[in-house]
Structures are given as structure tokens and as C-alpha cells.
Design a protein around this ligand. Structure first.
Ligand code: SF4
Length: 222
């Protein structure tokens, strides 16, 4: 990691898992374009990143908590951190918390890729460093359906998160944006599709295959 750029934004981990080129366009080339999905996500996070604290019996809820990790070299903010105690009484500053649980809010549905899991695990690793206690579980709250999904911070997920952070820093240190690779499942939902133009970078043979497949599809549907 370049010592002059010690910390990367937490969000860069998520962008990196989604698509390395997307991550480089945003964090190296400073290109950001909103589409409906990102605008909805921004609105959601504007609400949940408003710093606030709330106490309930046996629980303290902290929203918008800033976090940093030396291990990962990242800095960011947690949507919500729940500090839990088995003692059913109001929290005090001196209370010993028995569990700490980061919760991340996401628009849409659970994804087939690991971007959300890695982002949440990075928050857990950051909190462990800051608070000096082990964190075993967190949660992702998706808007469709409105449901909370528990996430265990397994050794495998932790290893993936650390490797992702190392690969992210290597990308940022290299400073070279990777070439585009069209993957329909990712590119169709990517807000940078119009500037990335992944199909332009396909070889004539690939483009020909795509055109033939699209034509066959049209003919089958007609
Ligand atoms: S359009 Fe596709 S290749 Fe380009 S940045 Fe987005 S996801 Fe990556």
C-alpha cells in the first residue's frame, strides 16, 4: 500500500468486488454518474448516516458511526452499530457490552455477489480494532423484501475481505484502470455503463457473437 494514501474509502471495497473497472473509474478517475439505483441508495444512506444515538434496555444504537481499520487501510461510516448487553437496563457510558453488531442498509434485494458481505465484514474488522472486542455477527437490511439477514463473520469471509482490501490497494497504487469486460448481470445495473462502454471494447468476433445472439433472440420472440 502506498504510505501516502494510507486509507481507501470503505465504499471502494464494495465497488471493487462489483467490478474492478468500476472501482478504478470512481476512485482513480473520479467519475461518478447517478442512475436510479445509485440515487435511491444515496438517499437511503443520507438518512442512515445522520449521526445519532439511541438507548434501549440492554441496547445502544449508534447511527453514522465513523470507522477506520489499520489492517484493511480503509476509512468509512457504519449505517448502524448495535451495542448489546444481556442486562435489561438502560445503557451507561461505563456499560460493558457483550456483543457489538454492525448493520448495513441496502436498497433492493440480496445480491449474487459478495460486495455487501465484504463491506459489512470490513466494518466488523474496523470495529474490532477500535473497540478491542471480537465481533461474530452483523446484519444486512434489504429493502426488497424489507428483511434483515444475519451475517456470520466466518474465517472465510474475513480472509476474502482482507484479500479484497489488499487487491484494492494494489489497484489504487498501480493507478491504471482495467479494461472493460462486458458482463450483462453487472453492466446493465452499472451507473457508469454510458462512460465505460464495455461493448465498444469487445473484439469484432465477440461483437459479432453478441449481434448474432441478439438477432436469434428477436427472431425467436417474433
Ligand atoms: S459497465 Fe460493466 S465493465 Fe463497465 S464499469 Fe460498469 S460493471 Fe464494470
Amino acid at each position: 500500500m502506498n504510505p501516502e494514501r494510507r486509507y481507501a474509502p470503505l465504499s471502494a471495497l464494495q465497488h471493487f468486488v462489483y467490478c474492478e473497472r468500476q472501482c478504478a473509474l470512481i476512485h482513480l478517475e473520479q467519475i461518478w454518474i447517478n442512475n436510479r439505483l445509485t440515487a435511491e441508495g444515496n438517499l437511503l444512506h443520507e438518512k442512515v448516516h445522520e449521526e445519532s444515538e439511541e438507548s434501549r434496555p440492554g441496547m445502544r444504537l449508534v447511527r453514522g458511526l465513523p470507522v477506520v481499520s489499520e489492517t484493511l487501510g480503509i476509512i468509512g461510516q457504519c449505517d448502524l452499530v448495535e451495542f448489546l448487553s444481556s442486562r435489561k437496563r438502560s445503557s451507561k457510558a461505563s456499560e460493558k457490552w457483550e456483543a457489538v453488531r454492525p448493520v448495513e442498509y441496502k436498497r433492493g434485494r440480496p445480491k449474487s455477489h459478495e460486495a455487501d458481505l465484504v463491506q459489512l465484514c470490513a466494518q466488523a474488522i474496523s470495529l474490532e480494532e477500535m473497540l478491542g472486542i471480537p465481533i461474530t455477527e452483523g446484519a444486512l437490511f434489504y429493502g426488497e423484501p424489507r428483511r434483515r439477514t444475519s451475517v456470520s463473520f466466518t474465517p472465510e469471509l474475513r480472509a476474502t475481505t482482507i484479500q479484497t482490501a489488499q487487491a484494492l490497494h494494489a489497484l489504487l497504487d498501480r493507478g491504471v484502470t482495467p479494461p472493460a469486460l462486458y458482463r450483462a448481470s453487472l453492466c446493465r445495473g452499472c451507473s457508469l455503463l454510458s462512460v465505460c462502454l464495455p461493448r465498444r471494447r469487445e473484439t469484432p468476433a465477440q461483437a459479432g457473437n453478441w449481434f448474432r445472439d441478439a438477432l436469434n433472440q428477436i427472431l425467436m420472440e417474433s
